[in-house]
Design a protein around this ligand. Structure first.
Ligand SMILES: NC(=O)c1ccc[n+]([C@@H]2O[C@H](COP(=O)([O-])OP(=O)(O)OC[C@H]3O[C@@H](n4cnc5c(N)ncnc54)[C@H](OP(=O)(O)O)[C@@H]3O)[C@@H](O)[C@H]2O)c1
Length: 386
């Protein structure tokens, strides 16, 4: 393979679902990919195992209480850092040429921003970065000539569909959605949904937050905003189609009526590897599609009345400025509230809407202003939980 420059990777959120899948991809291609740093929030056990296996230069644990124990256990193996300060410090290592951000939530915004300022390409799973701060992130990435390589399967699909195409020929981006576990439930029944039911995604095995976001369809709303910033199209050019089999990961329609779709098994290793191997492709050990298993691929419209989060997200990006950041922050709080059994599934959109109604938006913002808005919105939404 000629075109792949060896990727020296800082893997943020290595103990999560995307983080672990990324390590599986990296292990398959030691000649092309190497891990320099790993980070976790509290999952010290997995972080220790990963450090012993991958021998990075350093690891970061966010929770300060676990720092001493981690430092003792990993002495002689690698350096140990703590907190957001630790993440930002390790990113400075000049040997890192790719930051893979698989943190969950708004906590991922600042590391993405810093990576860009340092001129490092970012393979981005952390969609919340673009949802909350897309305007700032894309502006700075352009200025610093940094590539933002999407890992989200839908955005990887769109990227693969438009490779070699002229942007002016794009008519529509069609984001596919599985519809989540409650697609066929009546509106009345959504009121009774339990944490356990919501955590059972029909097709994808993912972290808790994105699994709940998929169940409310907020995930698709976040992805509309992500696509808006990544592909610089008009909002009306982005459409959502429910495709319960999750085989087509998204599509692009061109002005001559031709539609390209990217397909594959629902395995995040595929888009992760594409972001790492681009502009080339590498062999991947994954399940390959067996068409005997699928006798039909179906499509339907999303029900915005039943799943108001999707409409809230569309309204937020239409309103622009800091509204999407507020929505994102309030969603995070509401999802946590639901996971902690403080609120019902159907309270999630209510908390988000109320937090947005209370907000006085900024049209343009600096990173500090954005983080302040995030913090304020989380505080406001947290008060609504009780
Ligand atoms: N999972 C998927 O298949 C998938 C698909 C598409 C997009 N994404 C996106 O990828 C991102 C990661 O998702 P995921 O499913 O991999 O999440 P996850 O399994 O919950 O993992 C999140 C990672 O971030 C770390 N983390 C959590 N809170 C943190 C904090 N406050 N400070 C520092 N680190 C923190 C976690 O550490 P601990 O383990 O110590 O808690 C873990 O390493 C999300 O933005 C999601 O929307 C995921």
């Amino acid at each position: 393979v000629k075109n792949i420059k060896k990727k020296q990777i800082a893997l943020l959120g290595s103990t999560g679902s995307i983080g672990k899948n990324s390590l599986k991809v990296i292990s398959q291609h030691p000649k092309h990919f190497q891990v320099l740093y790993l980070t976790a929030n509290r999952n010290i056990n997995d972080l220790i195992l990963q450090a012993k296996q991958y021998r990075p230069r350093g690891v970061v644990i966010t929770d300060k209480k676990l720092y001493k124990e981690l430092k003792t256990t990993l002495s002689g193996i690698c350096k140990v850092f703590w907190g957001m300060g630790g993440i930002l410090e390790v990113l400075q290592d000049p040997e890192i040429n790719l930051v893979l951000n698989s943190l969950v939530g708004g906590i991922g915004i600042l590391p993405t921003y810093h990576s860009i300022q340092l001129g490092k390409d970012v393979a981005l799973a952390n969609k919340e970065t673009l949802v909350a701060a897309g305007q700032l992130i894309m502006k700075n990435a352009l200025k610093k000539r940094v590539k933002i390589l999407p890992i989200d399967s839908e955005h990887s699909a769109i990227w693969q569909c438009i490779l070699g195409e002229d942007k002016k020929n794009i008519k529509r981006i069609i984001l596919t959605a599985s519809g989540g576990p409650f697609r066929n439930w009546s509106k009345e029944k959504l009121f009774e949904i339990t944490r356990e039911q919501a955590l059972l995604h029909p097709n994808w095995d993912m972290g808790e937050k994105i699994t709940i976001d998929s169940a409310t369809l907020m995930n698709k709303g976040l992805e509309i905003i992500e696509a808006f910033w990544l592909y610089n199209v008009q909002l009306r050019q982005i459409e959502v189609v429910i495709h319960p089999q999750s085989i087509i990961h998204s599509m692009v329609e061109f002005k001559d009526g031709s539609i390209k779709a990217q397909m594959g098994v629902p395995d995040m290793k595929i888009p992760i590897q594409f972001a790492l191997s681009y502009p080339d492709r590498l062999t991947l050990k994954t399940e390959y599609i067996s068409f005997d298993k699928y006798n039909s691929l179906t499509f339907e419209r999303p029900d915005l009345k039943k799943f108001p989060c999707l409409k809230i997200a569309i309204d937020a990006i239409k309103a622009g400025g800091t509204y999407p950041a507020v929505m994102n922050a309030a969603n995070e709080v509401a999802v946590n509230g639901f996971l902690n059994k403080q609120i019902r599934f159907t309270d999630i959109p209510i908390i988000i809407s109320e937090t947005m109604e209370n907000h006085s938006p900024l049209k343009e913002y600096s990173i500090d202003e954005l983080l302040a808005v995030e913090k304020e919105s989380k505080k406001y939404a947290t008060n609504l939980l009780n």
